[in-house]
Design a protein around this ligand. Structure first.
Ligand code: HEC
Length: 189
């Protein structure tokens, strides 16, 4: 009996170890995709704001960034989106799982965790399919406040109002959580 228990323990621990390795590889891909997007988006926003002004830069967030997000999704086979508890674009409204995770991120930040490294994943069963869902917090930095802050220049406000009548993404301060990247990866095997 003692022997049998030991064998069960060994087989359990080895299957868990394999799953951990597998998930580690996937997490590595999610983190690279997100960091690639961050590294492209932010400099492009800042450069366009410098060269053409913030009204022109609105296009970087509203046209180019969805295109880039889609491109990463095509490259990797999983879906990358952006979401927020206070979305600008209603299409970025979080679903139930994302809302739960965004609230969890706010709690973790309030307890002192660095917003730059806040992330979370979970393996879910959905309609008989297994999905890995991953989220990574997006902190607010100085350049973001031009369009998401407390004192948005009037011409920018006017353009935003025209494009996003239900805009909630204002009033953010440096260091606040602006939102998160959200990845859905459906596992086929
Ligand atoms: C020039 C104006 C502008 C600046 C600067 C800007 N944004 Fe945005 N942001 C927008 C617009 C416009 C949208 C809506 C995009 C869309 O239609 O999907 C948006 C959407 C987002 C979203 C998706 C969720 C939502 O609210 O719809 C996130 C996350 C976000 N911005 C983060 C940031 C961060 C972080 C920065 C700073 C690095 C930043 N933004 C700087 C204009 C801006």
């Amino acid at each position: 009996m003692k022997y049998l228990c030991l064998m069960i323990a060994i087989s359990l621990s080895s299957s868990v170890a394999f799953a951990t390795e597998d998930i580690d590889a996937k997490l590595y891909n999610y983190r690279s995709a997100v960091s690639k997007l961050m590294k492209t988006l932010k400099p492009e926003l800042v450069n366009t704001m410098k060269s053409k002004g913030p009204v022109a830069a609105i296009e970087v967030c509203n046209i180019k960034s969805p295109i880039m997000t889609e491109a990463v999704s095509k490259d990797t086979g999983f879906v990358v989106q952006r979401t927020s508890l206070k979305p600008r674009n209603a299409a970025n409204t979080p679903d139930e799982w994302e809302t739960k995770v965004l609230n969890q991120f706010e709690d973790r930040k309030a307890k002192g965790e660095n917003p730059k490294s806040i992330e979370f994943y979970e393996i879910l069963e959905n309609d008989g399919k297994r999905q890995i869902r991953y989220m990574k917090a997006i902190p607010t930095s100085k350049p973001c406040t031009v369009c998401h802050g407390e004192m948005i220049p009037p011409p920018v406000q006017a353009k935003l109002k025209e494009l996003y009548p239900t805009d909630k993404a204002v009033g953010f301060k440096v260091g606040d959580l602006r939102g998160a990247f959200s990845i859905i990866d459906t596992i086929t095997q």
